[in-house]
Write a protein that binds this ligand. Structure first.
Ligand SMILES: NC(=O)c1ccc[n+]([C@@H]2O[C@H](COP(=O)([O-])OP(=O)(O)OC[C@H]3O[C@@H](n4cnc5c(N)ncnc54)[C@H](O)[C@@H]3O)[C@@H](O)[C@H]2O)c1
Length: 435
């Protein structure tokens, strides 16, 4: 990769979120708390992590945010769409992720973020219905309205530029269809109301048409098909996806590479999730669950390579279950039972019970993606940004490329891309280059 000049970050960066539910509002409130000096941006790699430059002996370890010209948090502004007309304060109160006093402290700011009318259809999210919805007749008109919303929001906030991160509900599972093959076919599909085009695809199309980087935080088909990849290249827009890697899958992609590195075998990996938020309710519908199941389950096969190691991983039984359990709210429980084999085939077990908080894990991912995609755009990078795989359960890769799921390899690639962007040498961790 060659180093390109990076445009300066000036003025405001508007972060647009289709969906203003638990994740988006926890992100808005968190950024405000951090920039007012009330909290630390824990979990945000761009804000908290350093990056080593040059040999270890030089001891140059700047914070990432000081090394690459990211938009400062003070320059962020927010806007979004939702099916419900609750403003960000009301939506955050209903989501019950943050404690009352943490929300009250930013009440005025959160009240000021009011949702624009959503491009939405129950055909794609069965367990959801709300009044704040656009009524245009064709999908093309809906996309045009979204484009106008984007322009209005940028003008209203006097923003210099924008990024969009899908924080909406998980739509039903869709396979790429004929209309996804080319931009021409997609635009014909928009005019003809092709059922293979879901609302999240309309947002992605609108963003890319407006020259705005787009990331998909959910598992549904959104920008990961040739038509929008083509548009992203034509418009010089970076895109990334899909499905934020936060709780159970994060742990899985930490552990599996470790077990594999020591040639320990695996016979079974049973993963259960209990969650009671609106996301859990939406995922209780089998068609939305199917989208999630697909992004969650590819991870182990890709890391373990059973075709290369049939004795170790050829018989792995991998199951994933998600149960909607209202008493838990956003405080999800991710159970993993792992059946391991060791020396001479002797069995061992590991049990993990991750009592996590879904949106607390997702909010810093939204922040990092917004900042890094904005950076990528200013660095002139367009199309699929594989180096952002680190943040996703099912990384969107260029056609013909293989997904990388190992968190540590993803992390190395993320940091090496930043080094290369700034004209520094990538790290190989070979002693002769390092010391
Ligand atoms: N929290 C996590 O750890 C995590 C991890 C990976 C993925 N995700 C995904 O992130 C998304 C958001 O999660 P959440 O917990 O905030 O869910 P949520 O249900 O609290 O919020 C989603 C919001 O999107 C709105 N929405 C749905 N369709 C829309 C549309 N077409 N236009 C505009 N708004 C729309 C809903 O009304 C809802 O308010 C989900 O798809 C979830 O699967 C979350």
């Amino acid at each position: 990769m060659t180093q390109r000049p990076i445009k300066e970050s000036k003025g405001k960066l508007l972060v647009l979120t289709p969906g203003m539910g638990a994740v988006a509002t926890t992100f808005f409130a968190g950024v405000e708390a951090v920039r007012r000096g009330k909290a630390l941006p824990i979990g945000s790699v761009t804000q908290m992590q350093t990056i080593r430059i040059g040999p270890r002996s030089e001891n140059r370890n700047p914070l990432i945010r000081d090394f690459v010209p990211l938009a400062p948090l003070d320059s962020l502004a927010f806007a979004g769409w939702d099916v419900f007309s609750d403003d960000a304060f009301e939506a955050a109160s209903r989501a019950e992720v943050l404690r009352r006093h943490d929300l009250e402290a930013h009440k005025e700011f959160l009240h000021s973020i009011k949702p624009m009318k959503a491009a939405f259809s129950r055909d794609y999210v069965k367990r959801l219905d709300g009044p704040n919805v656009k009524t245009a007749k064709t999908k093309l008109e809906l996309a045009e309205e979204l484009r106008q919303d984007i322009r209005n929001a940028i003008a209203q906030q006097k923003a210099d530029r924008a990024v969009m991160v899908w924080c909406g509900s998980t739509e039903i599972y869709l396979e790429p269809a004929e209309c996804h093959r080319s931009l021409e076919a997609f635009e014909a599909g928009l005019r003809a109301n092709d059922p293979a085009i879901s609302p999240s695809q309309l947002y992605a199309y609108a963003a890319i048409q407006e020259g705005i980087p787009y990331a998909n935080g959910a598992p549904n088909l959104s920008a990961d098909f040739p038509a929008l990849e083509e548009l992203a290249h034509a418009k010089n827009v970076p895109i990334a996806g899909k499905d934020f890697k936060t709780g159970q899958t994060l742990v899985k992609t930490v552990l599996a590479p470790g077990l594999k590195a020591r040639s320990l075998g695996l016979k079974g990996w049973f993963s259960t999730n209990l969650l009671g938020n609106r996301d859990g309710e939406v995922l209780d519908d089998p068609e939305s669950f199917k989208a999630k199941e697909v992004t969650k389950s590819g991870v182990l096969d890709s890391i373990l390579q059973p075709e290369v190691y049939p004795e170790l991983y050829g018989d792995l039984f991998h199951r994933i279950r998600i149960h909607y359990y209202p008493p838990r709210g956003d405080e999800k429980e991710g159970w993993d039972n792992i059946d391991i084999t060791g020396w001479l085939g002797y069995p061992m077990q590991m049990k993990i019970d991750f009592l996590c908080r879904d949106s607390i894990l997702a909010a810093p991912v939204v922040l990092d993606l917004a900042l890094l995609l904005d950076l990528a755009g200013r660095a002139g990078r367009s199309g699929v940004q594989e180096w952002l795989s680190f943040y996703f359960k099912s990384p969107h890769v260029e056609r013909g490329h293989v997904q990388e799921h190992d968190l540590f390899l993803q992390h190395l690639r993320l940091k090496n891309t930043l080094r290369l962007m700034m004209g520094e040498q990538p790290l190989t961790h070979l002693a002769e280059h390092d010391e």
